[in-house]
Every structure is written in structure tokens, then in C-alpha cells.
Design a protein around this ligand. Sequence first.
Ligand SMILES: Cc1ncc(COP(=O)(O)O)c(C=O)c1O
Length: 384
Amino acid sequence: MKLSSRHEWVQRSELRSMSVECERVGGVNLSQGVCDLTIPAPVREAAKDAIDNGPNSYSRHDGVSGMREAVADYYRRRAGLDVDPETNVVVSAGATGALYCACLALLEPGDEVILFEPYYSYHRSTLVATGAVPVFVKTRAPDWDIDFDAFAAAISDRTRGVIINTPSNPSGKIWTRDELNRMAELCAKHDLIAFTDEIYEHFLYDGLEHISPASLPGMWDRSITISGLSKTFSITGWRIGYCLASPDIAAAIGNFNDLIYVCAPTPLQIGAAAGLMQLDDAYFRSLADKYRQKRDRLCGVLADVGLTPCVPQGAYYVLADTSALPGSNSTERAMYLLETTGVAAVPGQSFFTGTDGDAIARFCFAKEDDVIEDACHRLEARLK
Ligand SMILES: Cc1ncc(COP(=O)(O)O)c(C=O)c1O
């Protein structure tokens, strides 16, 4: 049977391919961002209770009221945003589902959207799959500062929006207030929408703060604030995320959410809502501290074995320099690393256009400590 012409827009992601290869050689998988740490008790218990006692049927298409209220309350407390749970919140199938529905609701085929490089491949694929055109603006190691001249130069008559991922996958970059203010000026000047992906908002190191772009003056009406609980509560398989937007936009996004997913899993929304309401700053601080220790351990070993890491400010990935490994591109180098050490990382070409990712690999440290230790010992044994 003939496939649609659309099927070529979405390829199997390199992330999944490396996981398959890793399984084949029985290696340690530091390629995928699978966060397999313990789920916080209030989240687990509220979801179990909802499964045992209901509700287990469809929820309202934009989420159960408890979850919409928990999200609104959370943004009131943390970002000072005046969020109405009835009209501003759409609970979706993860941040991934929220971004997909937002692109369908807001972008025409051919509309251009600025994407900063290195980028998260799902952002690129979501734009392409909805007919939009990603326009890349490069950022460079080690600081990944935003080049505002390049950003301004990339804006054309067709530019409709920009994707801001802070903290970023894969670089860990956290946008500063100054950068966000300059971004806001460009958005106002060119009437752009900011699609913000804030899924790593609690994974912050070295005293840095997360700022929701929608909280900046003039940005609420032009922001689609996207986040979710996959990472924060270690529930990547539950598929619970959301977006915040002004009422007319949220309504349109909600209609696509209804069409594609009907609703996010009802009892799991109740679990996530309990976590948002019950877990306080101490939980989020201890989460960040645990991940900082994992970051420091892995980055220390990568530096020791000659894979110089670009130590991330946030999120839970580290980009490392693989130029010392044999191979003529990032896939060959990542395969050499896997075959020699048994440690799987994602080839840099998944995050860059052109050849900029050729000597880069991304390692994920969202793993139990014994898995990180295993990976560190394998790297030290084979590469030192
Ligand atoms: C930047 C970014 N956004 C979104 C996601 C996925 O989020 P969700 O599980 O809520 O769909 C990931 C997962 O790796 C990610 O790295």
C-alpha cells in the first residue's frame, strides 16, 4: 500500500534507534530521557484511589476541574499569573500533545517558526508535521547565548512564532530575564506567538531561576505556556501535560485536544493534581539537588575520559565533545562509544542542522544512581 506524502515528515527519532541498539548489546542506556525515579507518594496514592474508586471515564476535554484548578493555582503562586481554570487551561496528553494541538490551532501551512539550535527533535517534527516551517537560529557552546542579531535577521513576513525551551533539552540553557525581555520586544515588534516549553522548570542548578516568559510585561496574551508533570513527578508514561493561553486560543487548542486525545487519562490527572497541590518547594528543591549530584558525577567522569562536557545549567542532559572518538559523524562516534563501552548516548546530529553536531553526543542523567555508576565505571574502564 502507498503511504501518504505526509509520512515522510515524521521519521523514527534517533533517540528511539539508540535505545534499540543499546538493548541489542545489553548496554547502559543514557540516550533516552526516561526518568525512572520513584513517583512521589501523594501522586501515586491519589491516582490509585481514583482507579479504585473512580472517576475512570472521560474527563472534560480540557481536563478535570481539580487538575485545571491545581495548574491555575500553581502559576498564580509561582509566576504571579492570573490564570482562570475555566478558560485558560487545557490539560493534554503530555507537553507533547499540548504543543501539537497548539500548533494545529495557531499555525497555517507555510508559517515560519523560529527554533533555536540545538533543538529538541520533537519541536522540529511537530512544526513540520503541522505544515509549519522551522527556521533555525544557532546558539553556541559553552554558554548557548542567544544571538539577537541572528534572531532578528531570521524573522520574515511569514514568521508567526518562536519556540522557547527553558531549561533547554539538550543544552540545559536557562534563558535569563534579560534574554527573555529582548525576546519579548521582538515578539511585540513582529507580532509573534511564543510557544514556551517549560517541562524542565524544576531542574535548575547553581542557584539559577526559572522565569515563565508569560509573566513578562505584554507576554501573557502572546504566550502559549506549555509544561507537564512527566519529569517533575517521574511519570513519563502517564501522559499528563497542559498549556495555558488566553481564552479564545485555549478554546481552539482544547477542541483539537478533544479531537485527537478526547482527554488526558482521568485518574492520572487526579494523581498529578494531588502532587501539584500537596508538594511544596522543599520537594522541588530536593529534586533539583538529587539531579545536580547526578550531573556532577557524570560530568566529572566525562571530563576525565576526554569527552569534555558542556556542564548544563538545567534539565537533565549533558552535551559532550566526542571529537576524540573515531568516526566521521556523530552516529559513527556514538556507535563506537556504545560498542566499546556499552554506554548509549544520542548522536549530536539529532539536535543540529548541518554538521554542527558531528562531534557531539547527548547523555541523559535522569537515571537511578546505580545506573549512572555503572555507566561511569564502563567509561572509565574503556576510555581512560
Ligand atoms: C523539551 C521537552 N519537551 C517535552 C518533552 C516531553 O514531555 P511530555 O512527556 O510531557 O510529553 C520532553 C521529553 O523528553 C522534552 O525534552
